[in-house]
Design a protein around this ligand. Structure first.
Ligand SMILES: [Mn+2]
Length: 250
C-alpha cells in the first residue's frame, strides 16, 4: 500500500489535481494544516481533503488552535458544553473520506492490509502555541511528555505526531535538536512500528530509514513548506510492500 505523506501545509496545499495524479492509496497529514487555526482556515483545508481521491488521515499541529480550543483549556461548564457541541458538529461535518485523530488509534483496513495507526498533535513546549507539552517539562522528569506518550499503544504500526522524536530530522536552522526525547524512548519500545510521520521543524524535512532490533523502520519529516513558508513542492510516498520511498517533485 502506498502512503502519501504531508505535513505543515499551512493553508498552502499543493494543487489537488497534481496530488490526485500521483499513485497512492492513503494520504497522511501530520498537522499544521492552517496558519493560525481560524475556523475559515480549517474549513478551507478540510474542503481540500474532501477532494483527495483516497482516505485522508490527519492530526492537528501547533498552529491549529481551532482543534485545541474545542478540546482543551480552562473552561467553565457552559463553555465546556458549547465546545463539546462544536466538537460534535465538527466531527459530523467532516467529509466521509477523512479521519481526524486526536490521541486516538485508527485501524486502517484497506485492500486486505491492516495497519494500526495512532495520531497525536502534542509537541514539546514552544512559547504559547497549541498542543504544547508543559513548559520546563524536562525539569519535572518529563511528566507531561510521559503522560502523553504512554497513551500510544505499543503495537502501533504507523505513528503520526506533529513534532519529531529527538535526534531524528529534528535539527533547527540553528542546530538545536528539538525533538522529544520521551517520544524517541517510547518509539524504541514499539516492536511493530514501521513508519513515523511528523513535521513541525520545516527545515529538517527528509526521510530517515534504519534497522532497529532486526526490523526496518522509516521516519519522515513531511513538512511541505520550508522555513520561509514557501512551498517545497516535494512530497514523499512510502510503500509498505517493500519499505521503500520515493520523493516526488510536483
Ligand atoms: Mn509548521
Amino acid at each position: 500500500m502506498k502512503f502519501l505523506l504531508l505535513s505543515d501545509t499551512h493553508n498552502s496545499e499543493p494543487h489537488i489535481n497534481i496530488i490526485n495524479a500521483l499513485d497512492f492509496d492513503v494520504l497522511l497529514h501530520a498537522g499544521d494544516l492552517t496558519n493560525s487555526g481560524e475556523p475559515s482556515q480549517v474549513r478551507s483545508v478540510v474542503e481540500w481533503f474532501s477532494l483527495v481521491k483516497t482516505p485522508v488521515i490527519f492530526i492537528a499541529g501547533n498552529h491549529d488552535f481551532y482543534f485545541e480550543d474545542i478540546d482543551h483549556g480552562p473552561v467553565d461548564l457552559l463553555v465546556q458544553q458549547a465546545r463539546k457541541e462544536t466538537w460534535n458538529k465538527f466531527k459530523k461535518a467532516l467529509p466521509p473520506n477523512t479521519i481526524y485523530l486526536n490521541n486516538e488509534e485508527y485501524i486502517l483496513n484497506l485492500n486486505g492490509e491492516v495497519f494500526k495507526i495512532y495520531g497525536s498533535p502534542w509537541q514539546p513546549w514552544f512559547y504559547d502555541w497549541a498542543f504544547n507539552l508543559p513548559e520546563l517539562d524536562s525539569q519535572n522528569d518529563y511528566a507531561g511528555a510521559k503522560a502523553e506518550w504512554a497513551k500510544i499503544p505499543l503495537d502501533t504500526n504507523i505513528l503520526i505526531t506533529h513534532g519529531p522524536p529527538q535526534d531524528i530530522l529534528d535539527l533547527t536552522l540553528r542546530g538545536v535538536s528539538c525533538g522529544c526525547p520521551i517520544l524517541m524512548k517510547t518509539i524504541d519500545q514499539m516492536p511493530n512500528l514501521r513508519l513515523h510521520v511528523f513535521g513541525h521543524i520545516h527545515e529538517a524535512k527528509g526521510v530517515w530509514q534504519e534497522v532497529f532490533n532486526g526490523k526496518q523502520r522509516t521516519f519522515v519529516n513531511a513538512s511541505f513548506l520550508n522555513l520561509n513558508y514557501s512551498r517545497t513542492n516535494e512530497v514523499v510516498i512510502w510503500d509498505s510492500n517493500d519499505d521503500t520511498y520515493a520523493v516526488h517533485k510536483i
